[in-house]
Unconditional design. Structure first.
Length: 758
């Protein structure tokens, strides 16, 4: 948010905002754009509550139709056609089924038999001699289009899940059932491809029952309709079931109100501009209406139905294609018709301002991630991508599919993603960033192709998402260097050492496998690698041999020569085999390496702690502060580590030299103080019993450092500087140039140049 807008909302001045932030250690200038955390800090300082309205993703933006008319008067509500979503696994015949219903052949023209973008159609059918309209949404079955299926389920009234009778329940079938349940819509199962010999509807019933989808024949509430998109078998029964289900659901809307609904798809046409497919969920959309979608708005210049027919208006549950928006909206966004163009323009401008700020913050995070990747000692590499697709829904599908690839060693960076044709500006961006352009189901003009060749920019076109993902994977794996894997050859134990100098030979017994001349050689001693080289010589008695099998004795020489053989050394013999890395294997290798480093660090830390304990014993903790020097954080951390160790070993004292008694004398040695303490302990005293103490924290200057754990203290003693004394209350820091020990139940002293003992 910019400072002008913040001051206007808070009814304050920029000078006051700058003052508030300065007191919090944040330096800003007049007119500066502030991030969310800074705005919250100013709001709290002004006593204003910050309400964070989190932006929902486009997938969550799609709402149930009933939510659009919750505030409508019941007298204004009228029956409307049901919105039916057809979902299911890839190639199970969803589009072919819809194709038969609407008597057109869209499915035959789709690449690879995969629906690449969501389709929306309205068809008429007759149920009991009465004409009924039904709106159908067709969603892609490929796993990359999960968001589009979820969106389809959210705007629907009834979900038809298509299952191939010869293939049964598949991954996207399960996902479709989950989406329908999450949306809370009635479910109808259409068992397709019943015309095939391998059709087995009983198997489908069993597999669906495992998902808790029980058909009506088995006592459940889910209609189970066998159909064939090829012969038309069961289609009429399916449509009747849809109509009856719609009657039970009592689907209504108010056609008299301003239109509201959801963007089904959107793309940029070079001649006509932004084209959006809308599903009107309440009200009526008319020519000339001011439509607001996210940060885009426009005046409706044309309305077409799914068959290309021009319309003057579209009522509830009608899918239409419109022209007139100023930009391409995101699929899944809600649209509203406003009362005036000015209202739509103002709201769109405000939303665009927020999006720009979010984009700036998002890019900052992305750049920092990239910088971290470049600094990685393992050399993470980056591939820059520009993605252009036919419709906005395909953009998210491509990004989701590529985002699922392992990126531990090769990172995919999306420089720009949008719906529309590849443009010359895309070529310029790719040339400047050494990027690759992926064109999915969109065109590349000859002029743009010539520009790409001149700039040496690679433009790859695809019409099936499988091919796109496979080629990007191949490009990523091409950046991975090969690795060498160790292949076990044999193992032996050194029994005796012969010869002198570096020409010593290990008299050995082969325990496993075999030792081979010229193979890689590793010598291990007490689980520690002592030597790495090759087998330089191999003898049986006095004869040179090329290999020695299990159970035989031999003499082993190293190459280069090595003279530090010891009886008991383990000799490992292995080969190195080249392996081409895949993205998955590279990710696994990196994870193993990280685990090994962590294990080594933990082992070293444990060894250091054990050594410190052994050295410290029960002597307590001592430390010296150099006179005139301010202790560093490292000094304090070192002291705290010692205190942790001492605290585990020291026994709590029955009494301490610091209770309610007199303060510590300045120039008394430790030995004399101990003798005096013994004498005081024997003498009768009216003082209250001393209190056992605990070190709670250490203070350096004005900084406090919390102890990892409290320490039971046997004694607290110290020597003072010449007539300088600094008392330290419990838990408070000492003088700025000394270390203060926060002590419970006592008042120790801390002096620059003094020596302390705990």
């Amino acid at each position: 948010m910019d400072m002008d807008r913040l001051c206007e909302d808070l009814a304050t001045t920029q000078a006051e905002v700058i003052k508030v932030l300065f007191m919090k250690g944040i330096a800003v200038q007049m007119g500066q754009v502030l991030d969310k955390e800074t705005v919250i800090a100013v709001a709290e300082a002004q006593g204003v509550e910050w309400i964070d309205e989190q932006e929902k993703g486009v997938e969550d933006a799609a709402r149930k139709t009933t939510s659009f008319y919750e505030d409508e008067d019941d007298d204004d509500l009228e029956d409307r056609p049901p919105v039916v979503t057809i979902m299911g696994h890839v190639d199970h015949g969803k589009t072919s089924l819809l194709d038969y219903i609407r008597k057109s052949k869209v499915a035959a023209g789709e690449a690879g038999g995969i629906t690449q973008a969501i389709g929306a159609y309205q068809v008429s059918t007759y149920v009991n001699d009465e004409e009924r309209n039904i709106t159908f949404l067709d969603t892609p079955g490929h796993e990359a289009f999960s968001a589009m299926r979820a969106r389809g389920a959210r705007v629907t009234d009834i979900a038809i899940v298509v299952v191939a009778a010869d293939d049964g329940v598949r991954p996207q079938t399960k996902e479709a059932v989950s989406h329908a349940r999450a949306a809370g819509v009635p479910l109808i199962i259409a068992v397709n491809k019943m015309d095939k010999e391998a059709a087995n509807p009983d198997r489908v019933r069993d597999e669906l029952a495992a998902l808790e989808v029980v058909c009506e024949e088995w006592g459940g509430d889910v209609p189970f309709i066998p159909v064939s998109a090829k012969t038309g078998m069961g289609i009429e029964t399916l449509l009747e079931t849809v109509a009856l289900t719609a009657e039970v659901e009592e689907l209504v809307a108010n056609p008299a109100s301003n239109a509201r609904g959801t963007v089904v798809e959107a793309y940029l046409d070079k001649q006509r501009g932004a084209i959006a497919t809308l599903l009107v969920q309440n009200g009526t959309l008319r020519m000339g209406d001011a439509v607001l979608v996210g940060s885009n708005w426009g005046k409706v210049r044309a309305i077409q139905d799914a068959y290309g027919n021009k319309l003057e208006e579209a009522g509830p549950s009608t899918p239409v294609q419109i022209m007139g928006l100023g930009g391409v909206p995101m699929a899944g966004e809600e649209f509203d018709v406003t009362d005036t163009e000015n209202e739509a323009r103002d709201i769109a401008a405000e939303r665009a301002s927020k999006e720009r700020i979010n984009t700036i913050e998002g890019n900052t995070v992305s750049l920092s991630n990239l910088a971290a990747a470049k600094d990685d000692e393992d050399g993470v590499q980056t591939i820059n991508l520009i993605v252009k697709t036919d419709v906005s829904g395909s953009v998210e599908a491509v990004k989701a599919a590529l985002g699922a690839l392992p990126q531990d060693r090769v990172l995919l960076r999306f420089l720009h993603t949008a719906a529309g044709e590849v443009t010359e500006s895309d070529i310029d961006l790719a040339a400047a960033s050494e990027g690759i352009i992926l064109a999915f189901n969109t065109t590349v003009s000859d002029k743009v192709n010539d520009r790409a060749k001149g700039a040496r920019v690679e433009v790859r076109s695809y019409d099936v998402i499988y091919g796109l993902v496979d080629e990007v994977r191949a490009a990523m794996e091409g950046k991975l260097s090969g690795v060498k894997d160790e292949v076990f050859v044999g193992k032996a134990e050194c029994k005796a050492v012969f010869g002198g100098g570096n020409a010593k030979v290990a008299g050995s017994l082969v325990l496993e496998g075999q030792l081979t001349m010229g193979a890689n050689l590793r010598v291990m001693r007490k689980n520690k690698e002592m030597y790495l080289g090759k087998v330089g010589s191999l003898r049986r008695i006095k004869d040179k041999v090329k290999k020695v099998e299990t159970g035989l004795e031999c003499g082993v020489g190293a190459d280069p020569e090595w003279g530090d053989w010891k009886p008991g050394d383990i000799i490992e013999c292995f080969d190195l085999v080249d392996r081409v890395q895949t993205l998955e294997s590279a990710s696994d290798d990196l994870s193993k390496k990280v685990d090994e480093i962590k294990a080594a660090e933990e082992k070293a830390k444990a060894a250091a702690a054990a050594a410190a304990k052994a050295k410290l014993g029960r002597r307590g903790v001592t430390g010296t502060i150099a006179k005139g020097r301010t202790p560093t954080v490292a000094d304090v951390e070192k002291l705290m580590l010692k205190m942790d160790v001492a605290g585990e070993q020291a026994k709590p004292a029955a009494r301490t030299g610091f209770g309610a008694g007199p303060a510590l004398r300045t120039n008394r040695s430790l030995a004399k103080e101990q003798e005096s303490q013994k004498a005081r302990d024997k003498a009768p005293s009216s003082r209250r019993p001393p209190v056992p103490v605990k070190v709670e924290k250490v203070a350096v200057g004005t900084k406090n450092f919390a102890m990892a754990s409290s320490v039971d203290v046997t004694r607290v003693e110290g020597s003072m500087g010449k007539q300088k004394r600094t008392s330290v209350s419990a838990g408070k820091p000492a003088a700025a140039d000394g270390i203060g020990l926060g002590i419970t139940g006592a008042r120790p002293v801390s002096v620059p140049g003094g020596r302390f003992r705990v």
